[in-house]
Design a protein around this ligand. Structure first.
Ligand code: BTN
Length: 222
């Protein structure tokens, strides 16, 4: 594991050089932390920001890397911190309905990177995020063992997990099943009831026009 004080983005850093599979880059802060789409990921000192490099993934492993990363984050927070996180499809980890972790999986040729950002202290976050985001340390008196969490998540990511197990563990923690959601599909705003996930961890939504499988994008819980 390479630990840096500050970096632009751990995902960009790890893809700039040809590191071996299993390399983990951890930074105390990021100056240009990236989220999905064009979003920035606020990365002030105090949080956990790291990227884990994986090579030689099968097609299915690559397809399920984001859900597996969400499962790995949940397992680590459950085991190490005694928390009960939930997953908001597709890749946000929530505590009490607020986002505490974002995941950005990317690839360049045969190199895959799982980038994970975990908020520790909600008060460190920019003001506009406070209503929707929180930290895993909020309300906990004990110090959060950052390195232990990173090592546990990376170990899970780098260990084999069958596709069935990924789907099972992911589905079990999904916060949206049975909820009304809105989303954009084919350029149109739609609403429906989230029914669960399919074999690719796509979100199944029952709309007045029928069932839609969402493979990417953002949903809003109504
Ligand atoms: C999201 O919520 O849209 C995804 C956020 C992912 C943030 C992590 S922090 C470590 C890694 N480096 C980045 O620039 N982004 C990811």
């Amino acid at each position: 594991m390479i630990h840096l004080l500050s970096v632009d983005s751990t995902n960009d850093y790890i893809l700039r050089e040809d590191y071996p599979s299993g390399t983990v880059i951890w930074a105390d802060s990021q100056t240009a932390g990236r989220g999905r789409g064009d979003h920035r990921f606020a990365s002030p000192e105090g949080g956990i920001y790291f990227s884990c490099l994986l090579k030689d993934l099968s097609f299915e492993e690559a397809l399920l890397l984001t859900p597996k990363a969400a499962v790995a984050v949940c397992m680590a927070l459950e085991d190490i911190c005694g928390l009960s996180p939930r997953i908001k499809w597709v890749n946000d980890v929530l505590l009490e309905g607020k986002k505490v972790c974002g995941i950005l999986c990317e690839h360049y040729e045969d190199r895959y990177v799982a980038g994970i950002g975990i908020n520790i202290n909600g008060n460190d976050l920019p003001g506009d995020l406070r209503g929707i985001a929180a930290g895993i340390g909020d309300g906990l008196s004990a110090e959060i063992p950052k390195e232990k969490i990173i090592v546990r998540i990376s170990d899970i990511l780098l260990s084999p997990m069958s596709a069935d197990t990924v789907r099972e563990e992911y589905g079990r923690r999904l916060s949206v099943a049975g909820r009304y959601v809105s989303f954009t599909y084919d350029g149109k705003e739609k609403t429906g009831v989230a029914a669960g996930i399919n074999e690719n961890c796509n979100l199944l939504v029952d709309t007045p026009e029928g069932r839609i499988a969402l493979s990417s994008g953002e949903i809003t819980l109504l």
